[in-house]
Design a protein around this ligand. Sequence first.
Ligand code: ATP
Ligand code: MG
Ligand code: MG
Ligand code: MG
Length: 573
Amino acid sequence: MRASQFHIGTLKEAPSDAEIVSHQLMTRAGMIRKLAGGIYNYMPIGLRVIRKVEAIIREEMNRAGALELLMPVVQPAELWMESGRWEQYGPELLRMKDRHGRDFVLQPTSEEVITDIARNEIHSWRQLPKNFYHIQTKFRDERRPRFGVMRGREFTMKDAYSFDRDEAGAQKSYDVMYDAYMRIFTRMGLTFRAVAADTGSIGGSRSHEFQVIADTGEDLIVYNPATQYAANIELAEAPCLIAERAAAGQDMRQVHTPGATKCEAVAEMLELPLTSHVKSIALAVEPEEAGQPVQIWLLLVRADHELNEVKAGKLAGLEHGYRFATEAEIVEHFGCVPGFIGPLGTAKPVTVVADRTVAALHDFVIGANQADHHYAGVNWGRDLPEPDLVADIRNVVEGDPAPDGSGALAIQRGIEVGHVFFLGTKYSNALKATYLDETGKPAMLQMGCYGIGVTRLLGAAIEQHHDARGIVWPRALAPFEVVVCPVGWGKSEAVRDAATRLYEGLKEAGVDAILDDRDERPGVMFADWELIGVPVRVTVGDRGLKEGQIELQGRGDAAAAKIAVAEGLPATL
Ligand code: ATP
Ligand code: MG
Ligand code: MG
Ligand code: MG
């Protein structure tokens, strides 16, 4: 590529709504341009990085035996009704009608469509296992799109779906994907952890997130540095809503409803019979207030009230389709008031004595995850307002001994770039996706699903790899690997010749190079490429050429190195 034929749209200033460095740098480097809230144009230089991310993902997915297909962005509502998520998904699901008044959705994820494909295509055990994936535009009407491509409304995701004969096979498929993810993020040059995670609205039981470690991450991870032991509790969205409500002058407390499995585990831990009357148990954090310690509340959401209302963040008040159980109801439905539950008011949440609950949560965190791997980390939730709540959670957790006595727990922030789920038969059951087993009997397909945030990865990588001058791309993701910068392009034929030969040589050697033939002053040229973050710059100037030298500067290196032209470029370039 020649820069004169490319589009370089670098900017001196970042837009005022760009709160974090990746958003600022992506805009200043000309990678993205905002079209609407959470909706971006990916400019040529940004798209080059997206294509590199996709290429790595494709290679590793294909290597792991997954098959690429492409499912539509617009999906008929009927499938979502069949799975139950038409009702459950909440306002993140963008719904629309066609000219005939038929309902459609813009896909936030594709479990329904892939299960529909599977029930039509997979008939026999002989066709299993199968793993299908696509890299496709997603739409989620996020409550709070922000941070540029990190929390967009329209974004690109790689989503894969595995189909197996039995649970053991599905667990194996899960492990294959887990390993592929480890390879993918390692190849991208990222520092990351696999952490145990909540299954959220996707459903399922076993789940890991892949978290890129960065202070600006919206997630909070608890881990044991000594053993990599870690545990998981999700207090997702709670703190954010507390903050929103506090800003609105309301006194409502915020809630997060854990996924069904987590609910059961909490219920078991607290020795509460989880009856059909109780749809969900929710945990809420109340930030420190007027000298009171942080309080954690236990809320019981009744079966006749909508869980998804809670999930969707419609918690502005009790009028929003659910309310908290009263003492009388708890007595009626549980047959007793569990001892640790404090005095109950009619319109008040069930209050749990704070330190007892913190201890119980802590045990839960530890206990629930011991059975599975020893994780490298865990997700505490997201949208945590700085700095109070994080400090509170740190106080509760950090420095606490790990349950196996191997060290002290620590906390760190992360960006969720990937997520793997074991789904079991949740979707195959709902959509009746069966195959004929070896005895000729129909059996349910066992499923898993596996997502990677393609566009979010750009932001995450930049959060980890930047300096005061701009982006410092890991080689594997860089829009160009090498830039050839001629000083005096317009004036010197010797410079033009040498630079062009160098550039052609690099291209022949398979290096993704760009020749900056814009005839800009060196200062402008260097500032552009440093901002854009190209890993290697080769400078060719008359002065150097007279001494038979060109200059090689690594983006992350303090000083440039001079090399003799006659020697050509080092093989490692
Ligand atoms: P989050 O917790 O950040 O909202 P999620 O758990 O809702 O993410 P998944 O359903 O697990 O997301 O989707 C798989 C991947 O898609 C995520 O791990 C993330 O990398 C990416 N992703 C999800 N939401 C967004 C978004 N709004 N913008 C960009 N990428 C996203
Ligand atoms: Mg989400
Ligand atoms: Mg998440
Ligand atoms: Mg997720």
